[in-house]
Write a protein that binds this ligand. Structure first.
Ligand SMILES: NC(=O)c1ccc[n+]([C@@H]2O[C@H](COP(=O)([O-])OP(=O)(O)OC[C@H]3O[C@@H](n4cnc5c(N)ncnc54)[C@H](O)[C@@H]3O)[C@@H](O)[C@H]2O)c1
Length: 311
């Protein structure tokens, strides 16, 4: 169980915005060395200068900022080497960078799949692959050494809402990866924990993820009707979320201290997970995940069938 953060090292991907930035703020306040990782240079630089201010005079050595595309094998290998050289094995690794894309699942291009799975799944896989062995080596050398890995999935990793299939697939993969990580770590050590962050809609930059979509995986042609509808609905759901990214970051640190695996921003939303799991156990056909809010399903259906645009 990791309860002491002062003087320890945190690596946070997606640190330029949203949950990554809020967790970096808390890590700084707890006296940690902070490695900020993001692909968006301006956001990364803004986060770096804020963390340098928080660190105070004479503490610039506690902050490291690296522009990295987490989907890149070689960039993540270099990041690992740079972190190890500067701080040694990190104690808290937050594999959090992620992107979203929506629309009817057969309308997504191969590039949509490669981009979203590259960042959301391979980004987390690289973080686990690169940092876990360093953490295990540090733990083996010192019985008092403690570490924790938190991977960001989503409620979309636990249910399958319509019109966002690629994102759902990517987040279900993060759930599988992280539950397995938890089990695998338990086989070999008691000194490193793992948690899975599953937020529901929280106001961050997530619905504008296309800002970081690389040229080589650029969207081909115009967005389809379902993609435009998906974008409008996600914009609305994300911006009207009542729980803040700062609240979620507090939950992340509280979970690390308790060695709690599942971290939910909206515990009430778990009812839909229970319904899905009952569907599976009872071999019942999948229930509409919007059953609790039929107006959303009705709007979506009407919009897709051309009867009415979403509100
Ligand atoms: N906000 C929500 O409603 C919500 C809900 C469920 C899950 N999530 C997940 O939370 C995580 C964090 O997202 P957020 O909501 O803070 O959004 P955000 O857009 O505010 O932050 C994500 C950060 O990741 C960075 N990023 C994007 N692609 C990258 C790449 N290839 N390499 C490195 N960095 C990259 C972005 O530049 C950005 O700074 C994501 O995995 C997202 O899927 C968000």
């Amino acid at each position: 169980m990791m309860t002491d953060f002062d003087g320890k090292t945190a690596v946070l991907t997606g640190a330029g915005s949203g949950f990554g930035l809020e967790c970096a703020r808390i890590a700084m306040k707890k006296g940690m060395n902070v490695v900020l990782v993001d692909v968006q240079l301006a956001a990364l630089q803004a986060a770096e200068s804020e963390m340098l201010d928080l660190a105070g005079p004479g503490n610039a050595h506690k902050v490291m900022a690296v522009q990295v595309d987490v989907s890149s094998e070689t960039a993540m290998d270099s990041l690992g080497a740079a972190v190890l050289a500067r701080f040694g094995a990190p104690h808290f690794v937050f594999n959090n960078a992620g992107v979203g894309s929506g629309g009817l699942v057969w309308e997504n291009s191969a590039k949509d799949w490669m981009w979203v799975l590259g960042v959301n799944v391979m980004g987390v896989a690289h973080g686990v692959r690169v940092f876990t062995p360093m953490m295990l080596a540090a733990a083996a050398k010192d019985p008092l050494w403690r570490g924790h890995i938190v991977n960001t999935a989503s409620m979309a990793g636990l249910i399958n809402a319509p019109n966002m299939g690629v994102y759902n697939v990517s987040k279900h993969a993060v759930v599988a990866l992280t539950e397995t990580l938890y089990q695998d770590l338990a086989l070999v050590t008691n000194q490193i924990g793992a948690s899975l962050l599953c937020p529901f809609f929280v106001p961050t930059g997530i619905s504008q993820s296309h800002r970081n979509r690389p040229e080589n995986l650029a969207m081909q042609g115009k967005a389809t009707r379902s993609q435009r509808i998906g974008q409008a609905m996600t914009d609305k759901a994300v911006t009207s979320g009542k729980v803040s990214a700062a609240d979620v970051a507090e939950l992340v640190f509280a979970a690390i201290e308790k060695n709690q695996f599942y971290i939910y921003s909206h515990p009430k939303a778990i009812a839909s997970v229970q319904t899905r799991l009952e569907d599976i156990v009872l071999a019942r056909n999948p229930t509409d995940p919007f059953a609790e809010k039929p107006v959303i399903a009705e709007q979506l259906k009407a919009a897709l069938r051309g009867e009415k645009q979403p509100q």
